[in-house]
Write a protein that binds this ligand. Structure first.
Ligand code: KIV
Length: 273
């Protein structure tokens, strides 16, 4: 990567990448060491994901994660990113009311150094997205599989398989963008629905298990490195390709992921639904 394209990524740059059909390479991150490596390796967007509840804290779900946890890991990461755009998850119930959402976002942006917050949900979150957006808080809305809803759903499974559900998700995406969401993240949907969401969305769509035809890809760092508890327990998600083969070191693995996203090699059909 040359000096001129080491400029910090911002929302305008994410839109530019979408317009130029340049896939956006995204990865979760939780500490300073990996922040430096991910940034150097060319990751465009870094997420302080509430997946940290599973891969760092060892819980079975993300629901134990607090705003304090996300703020702490954001503070560990933010100072070490020169270029990558930093997004922080609003954890379970931290956006249950407008006031709580604003308070949590304020902490993640002012103390954590995040430039955008992410929340899970469809049209039912539109009022919160708008409340944050008009106050200058950039929002990424997370559609499809929403891990914070695990105790309502009972199981993690592919979403939007039938046409009625797909139609609802397409409408949700439009409503959330109209409410002011600057980015959408779509998790575990059929590749064909990922493509429809990306084509219809006015804002970039980042996928995880959403097929190749979205505007960017994201993985959980520990899945990429093949060290997540899920992998160790033999429950690797279909989309979770690991890059620690071919004798690569950690930075080499992350660079290989960036390259495969940019060249549209990842995700391959075996990573899609
Ligand atoms: O918490 C997380 O890591 C996420 C994934 C979908 C990337 O939200």
């Amino acid at each position: 990567m040359t000096v001129e394209n080491r400029k910090p990524v911002n929302i305008a740059e994410l839109h530019r990448m979408r317009a130029d059909a340049e896939p956006i390479a995204c990865l979760t991150c939780y500490d300073a060491s990996f922040a430096l490596i991910e940034d150097r390796a060319g990751i465009d967007l870094v997420l302080i994901g509430d997946s940290l509840g599973m891969v760092l804290q060892g819980h079975a779900t993300t629901t134990a994660v607090t705003v304090d946890d996300i703020a702490y890991h954001s503070r560990c990461v933010a100072p070490h990113l020169q270029r990558a755009f930093l997004v922080a998850d609003l954890p379970f119930l931290s956006y249950a009311t407008l006031e709580r959402a604003l308070d949590a976002s304020q902490r993640l942006m002012q103390q954590g150094g995040a430039k955008m917050v992410k929340l899970e949900g469809g049209r039912e979150q539109a009022a919160i997205v708008e409340y944050l957006a008009v106050r200058g808080v950039p929002v990424c809305a997370h559609l499809g599989l929403r891990p914070q809803f695990i105790h309502k759903m009972g199981t993690f499974k592919v979403q939007g398989r039938d046409e009625a559900d797909a139609e609802v998700m397409l409408q949700d995406a439009r409503i959330l963008a109209e409410a002011g969401a600057d980015l959408l993240l779509v998790e575990c949907v059929p590749a064909a629905l990922g493509a429809r969401l990306a084509a219809a969305s006015p804002v970039p769509v980042i996928g995880i298990g959403a097929g190749p035809d979205v505007h960017g890809q994201i993985l959980v760092l520990h899945d990429l490195l093949n060290i997540s508890p899920m992998v160790t327990l033999g429950r690797r998600p279909r989309f979770a390709k690991h890059y620690m083969d071919d004798g690569r070191d950690i930075e080499g693995a992350i660079r290989a992921y960036v390259e495969e996203v940019k060249q549209r090699v990842y995700p391959a059909p075996e990573h899609c639904f």
